[in-house]
Design a protein around this ligand. Structure first.
Ligand SMILES: Cc1cc2nc3c(=O)[nH]c(=O)nc-3n(C[C@H](O)[C@H](O)[C@H](O)COP(=O)(O)O)c2cc1C
Length: 187
C-alpha cells in the first residue's frame, strides 16, 4: 500500500504522544501500509540546535520524508503550540518537504483549552511545506493515554479516545489506499 513516516515530536523519554503514535502505527500496518517510526528526540541535539543541515542524521531524516507517501505528525501541545523539538527538525527540512504527501496531524495535551492547536499552529506549518492533503487531525487529552509502566502489550488509549483516533487514522489510511476493512476481524 503506502509508505508512511510516523513522526513523534515529543522530547519526553516516556512520551504519551509517542505511545499513541506507535499504537496507531500498528493499526496502519494491519491495513497494509509500510510504517517507519521516527522519534525526533533520537536525532543529535547538536545538529537540531546548530542548524546542521548536512549532518548525516538530518540528511537521513530528510530522506525518510522524501520517500514517504503519507506522514503522521504527532506533537505534545507545549505553550499552546507544537513542541520546539518538532519545529527544530521541520526547520532543517527542505521548504517543500511535504509536497505531494498526505499528512495526518495529531496532538496530545493536558487541557481542552488548546484543542485547536493543530488547526491554528501546526496546520499552517504543514501547508507551508507543500502538503498536498492534510486530513482531519485529532487532539487527545494526556489523561486518556496510559503511561508505559502500567500498560505494556495492550491499548494505551481510553475507549472513547481509541474510537476517535481509529476514525481519523482510517480516513488517513483510506486516502492512501489502505484496507480499512482489514480491521473488521481484529477490532
Ligand atoms: C513544558 C510543557 C508545556 C505544556 N503546555 C501545555 C499547553 O499549553 N496546553 C496543554 O493543553 N498542555 C500542555 N502541556 C501538557 C502536555 O501537552 C501533555 O501532558 C502531553 O500529553 C505531553 O506529551 P508527551 O508525554 O508526549 O510529552 C505542557 C507540558 C509541558 C511539559
Amino acid at each position: 500500500m503506502a509508505a508512511i513516516l510516523s513522526v513523534s515530536g515529543s522530547p519526553s523519554p516516556t512520551s504519551r504522544t509517542t505511545r499513541l503514535l506507535r499504537h496507531l502505527d500498528d493499526r496502519l500496518r494491519r491495513q497494509g501500509h509500510e510504517v517507519t517510526p521516527l522519534d525526533v528526540r533520537t536525532l543529535p541535539p547538536e545538529a537540531l540546535l546548530g542548524a546542521d543541515f548536512g549532518h548525516p542524521a538530518i540528511v537521513a531524516a530528510a530522506d525518510l520524508f522524501a520517500r514517504a507517501e503519507g506522514v503522521v505528525i504527532g506533537t505534545p501541545v507545549y505553550k499552546a503550540a507544537y513542541s520546539g523539538l518538532l519545529k527544530s527538525l521541520l526547520d532543517l527540512l527542505p521548504q517543500y518537504a511535504l509536497t505531494g504527501k498526505t499528512v495526518l496531524p495529531l496532538a496530545t495535551g493536558g487541557s481542552t483549552a488548546h484543542v485547536l492547536a493543530i488547526d491554528y499552529a501546526l496546520r499552517p506549518v504543514l501547508s507551508s511545506m507543500g502538503a498536498a492533503h492534510i486530513v482531519p487531525g485529532w487532539f487527545t487529552l494526556d489523561r486518556d493515554i496510559s503511561d508505559l509502566a502500567t500498560d505494556v502489550g495492550s491499548s494505551p488509549l481510553a475507549p472513547a479516545a481509541a474510537q476517535a483516533l481509529g476514525l481519523v487514522t482510517d480516513q488517513f489510511s483510506a486516502a492512501l489506499g489502505g484496507r480499512t476493512d482489514a480491521l473488521a476481524a481484529t477490532g
